[in-house]
Design a protein around this ligand. Structure first.
Ligand code: DAT
Ligand code: MG
Length: 172
């Protein structure tokens, strides 16, 4: 009971610290986005919005890692195809930081199915089918934390804390 309260308090404190301008989201350009030469355009959108890049790499992911990443979808009929597609070429995982980074990131991506994504969103502008929707973005602060830990396990080395000179022109 005491431990439970303590853990809840810890989680609350953690979420408080990670909210605000320090909120982080996990964004990943999928193999089709890489193959189609869209890495630069996607990075540019997040940079121009005002978010701060704090981690990025290129990796040809093992199926094990992808199965962990998409664990909540493991019972879906499209799961095997999803893992195969995600392991069919290199991906570019990134961490972007800023106020409401998770929610705004999802808006910038568009809907899961590109056919429902508005023009101006990444999926609305650059893809057609749900099984080739070029980009992943965390759907909550909690899943962002999990995904960042999964793809960038050495927090001290993999994720960079740095001060941006632009910050005072982006936030009031
Ligand atoms: P999102 O990527 O928007 O968070 P999700 O987490 O529900 O969507 O699903 C993860 C990925 O799985 C999604 O980007 C594409 C694929 N997917 C989802 N629904 C699908 C479907 N009905 N058929 C094929 N692939 C699907
Ligand atoms: Mg999702």
């Amino acid at each position: 009971m005491v431990l439970c309260t303590f853990l809840t308090l810890l989680q609350f404190l953690f979420e408080f610290i990670m909210s605000g301008k320090n909120e982080r989201t996990f964004i990943m350009i999928k193999p089709d986005g890489v193959q189609r030469g869209l890495v630069g355009k996607i990075v540019q959108r997040f940079e121009e919005k005002g978010f701060k890049l704090v981690a990025m790499k290129m990796v040809w992911a093992e199926e094990d890692l992808l199965k962990k990443h998409y664990a909540d979808l493991s019972s879906k009929p499209f799961f095997p195809g999803l893992v195969k597609y995600m392991s069919s070429g290199p991906v570019v995982p990134m961490v972007w930081e800023g106020l409401n980074a998770v929610k705004t990131g999802r808006f910038m991506l568009g809907e899961t199915n590109p056919k429902d994504s508005a023009p101006g969103t990444i999926r609305g502008d650059y893809c057609i089918e749900v099984g080739r929707n070029i980009i992943h973005g965390s759907d909550s602060v909690e899943s962002a934390t999990k995904e960042i830990n999964l793809w960038f396990p050495d927090k001290k080395k993999d994720v960079v804390d740095w001060a941006s000179w632009a910050e005072k022109w982006i936030y009031e």
